[in-house]
Design a protein around this ligand. Sequence first.
Ligand SMILES: [Mn+2]
Length: 304
Amino acid sequence: MRGSLAQGGDPQGPLEAKVVPLMDTPGKGSPRGSPCLGALVGNTGPVTPSESTQAKDPERRIFIGDIQGCREELERLLETLNIDTARDAVHPVGDLINRGPDSAGVLRILRELGAGGVLGNHDMHALRVRAGTRRSGKRDTLEDLFGAEDGAHLLDWLAARPFVRVWPDLVCVHAGIHPDWNDPLAVLQDLDPLTSHPHTDFATRVRTCDADGARPDEDWPPPGPPFRPWYSYWQEREEETRTVVYGHWASAGLVRKPRVRGLDTGCVWGKRLTAWIAEEDRCVHVDAARVYSASSLPPSDEAN
Ligand SMILES: [Mn+2]
């Protein structure tokens, strides 16, 4: 199953041709017992897979930068990665949707994969628009998702993402970790995406801050002292050994610095979609098919 998807020169061929049962019991039946990408595309059925469809002790933890509704690029990236849910765990680093062309399609694929991941500011925005507590923005591209037959299921799945995931060696968050948070999981784990809170606001929006975690009014132009990239404070923690993997800062591009991996490479702005395989400390990229939002990457990374 994996080989048929990964080796083909034309990614569209096997996607349309390959149809396998979606809800095979993991580990039984077909080799590796996992749905391949071909089964994920276009399916809108009422199946409710959970993260249990992913490997409990994955051989690879694969983090994917801001997808923002770029379904075509996500499909190509997953094919390039040779994703196998029996051995891989997939974690989008937030901003799964909005601004791009197919938010519903992205969520269908990730849900069927049993992906984990965390919430970003665009994800929270969409959940609040649906709840009626926030107005849609003029640059939103969420109507396909709100109008989809399975839209409610997809948004419920999205809403179940946490703000942070923690492993012994890694921390995953959309934007960054506050200088004062010694235990980011304890700080963020019980917070509601539908309710505004300074902690979730920070975790999903920060780029630069001062040593106390105060943020400037704007991150562009570079605010200068006392503001620095949030991760500089993380890097200064002498006892800390974990690497933070995050997104949100497209204008910074790919960041590979000690104990930080920044994966937002601006796919929706016509650049690239990036995955980072933690076990190999290796990045895999696919180019955006086109520019989906604005004519160029705004340096301010407009936060919606
Ligand atoms: Mn973001």
